[in-house]
Write a protein that binds this ligand. Structure first.
Ligand SMILES: NC(=O)c1ccc[n+]([C@@H]2O[C@H](COP(=O)([O-])OP(=O)(O)OC[C@H]3O[C@@H](n4cnc5c(N)ncnc54)[C@H](OP(=O)(O)O)[C@@H]3O)[C@@H](O)[C@H]2O)c1
Length: 339
């Protein structure tokens, strides 16, 4: 397993991060025994980075994760969790207010049975709470020793910049890492978010790097996914994301490349993301040991450059404006510099 620094911090994490959204999920996940085994396999194979959230399986994922890591030295693990989603029906039990962040963090620490969280992430943007309040609260948690680093997920690029700009002015802890949906099929982050995180010296970790299973090559072009698969159970949001002509074309080409390399398609899909040095780690989800073992090799294997380019072309997507303007206009004005 290879390790990368989280942006410009001194924190090292494994290139593959263990996602725990499947832990305790009764519909498309795995029970506690399997989840604990997955965690053991992951750590024994050199993984040190584990991602959970208070949302997952209504808190059950954090409880199971806490039980799973107790057999290891806590300081050897980089434990990430998140807050933002509603945790009760009452008005304040959601979002990024001082009241909710502190309550959510205390509850996560209890469920995880630990006295600190390595990376505490805001799971989404709160349109009502000022960033001054949110960033001050996150900074307080760091000063109190409950949290080591703070990060974000699913924020717009301008919000990342605004949050860190406010932190700079107020001398507070900055967001050091972004967690976003990124895979060969869904590449929107390349427009604004990935460059914004890179500009900020932040790490970048990819959720759903296998497109919820699409990029393992197991789904063939058909009218609908087989019953019982995650793609079928989460059809409402998974099908519009992946179950289309472009999704199948990318998956088919990925499988061809993988077959030539004699590697699993999943490993090639993850290695494609990791070839970009702005990407720190890919968060894989699994519900079986065989699945996890089938993806962990991406932690140490590098995709050759020409194959990265080939897949990049197959998975071409529209960057839209202003890139379209830049492609034609920028070279006319800034064409001659070597660097
Ligand atoms: N920040 C956010 O908003 C956010 C959102 C989503 C996820 N996440 C994080 O990202 C993690 C990963 O997300 P994800 O589960 O969507 O990722 P994913 O890696 O794209 O998909 C994982 C799913 O793919 C299938 N799979 C995995 N390995 C396989 C293999 N080798 N062969 C065949 N099928 C395989 C399994 O589903 P089936 O067996 O059921 O087909 C598994 O549940 C989560 O656990 C969570 O930590 C964060």
């Amino acid at each position: 397993m290879k390790y990368r620094y989280v942006g410009k911090t001194g924190l090292l994490v494994s290139r593959v991060c263990l996602g725990t959204m499947t832990f305790g999920n009764k519909e498309w996940g795995c029970d506690e025994k399997t989840s604990i085994n997955l965690t053991h396999v992951f750590i024994e194979e050199g993984g040190n980075f584990i991602d959970t959230a208070d949302l997952y399986s209504s808190g059950e994922s954090e409880i199971i994760t806490g039980n799973a890591i107790k057999d290891f030295r806590r300081d050897d693990i980089v434990l990430a969790t998140k807050c933002w989603f509603r945790t009760a029906k009452t008005p304040n039990a959601k979002g990024l207010s001082r009241k909710h962040i502190i309550e959510a963090c205390e509850a996560s620490l209890k469920r995880l049975r630990t006295d600190y969280i390595d990376l505490y992430q805001i799971h989404g943007p709160d349109p009502r709470t000022p960033f001054e309040e949110t960033m001050r609260t996150l900074d307080d948690l760091v000063r109190q020793g409950k949290v080591r680093y703070v990060g974000c997920s699913n924020l717009y690029a301008w919000q990342v910049l605004k949050a860190n700009g406010i932190s700079s002015c107020m001398n507070l802890e900055k967001l050091c890492c972004g967690q976003y949906l990124y895979n060969l099929v869904v590449r929107d982050v390349e427009r604004e978010i990935l460059p914004a995180c890179s500009d900020q010296g932040m790490g970048f970790i990819c959720w759903s790097p296998l497109g919820g299973g699409m990029l393992t090559g197991k789904y063939k072009k058909a009218d609908k996914p087989d019953e019982g698969t995650r793609m079928a159970i989460t059809a409402e949001y998974s099908l519009p994301r992946y179950w289309h002509e472009r999704g199948f074309r990318i998956s088919e080409e990925l499988v061809k490349v993988a077959e030539n390399l004699k590697k699993p398609a999943a490993v090639v899909a993850l290695a494609w993301l990791l070839r970009d040095k702005r990407v720190t780690s890919v968060i894989v989800g699994a519900r079986r040991e065989k699945q996890l073992k089938g993806t962990l090799r991406a932690g140490e294997w590098d995709l050759p450059g020409e194959l990265w380019t080939k897949l990049d072309e197959v998975a071409e997507f529209d960057h839209g404006y202003p890139k379209m303007w830049m492609d034609t206009t920028f070279p006319l004005t800034f064409g001659e510099e070597e660097f």
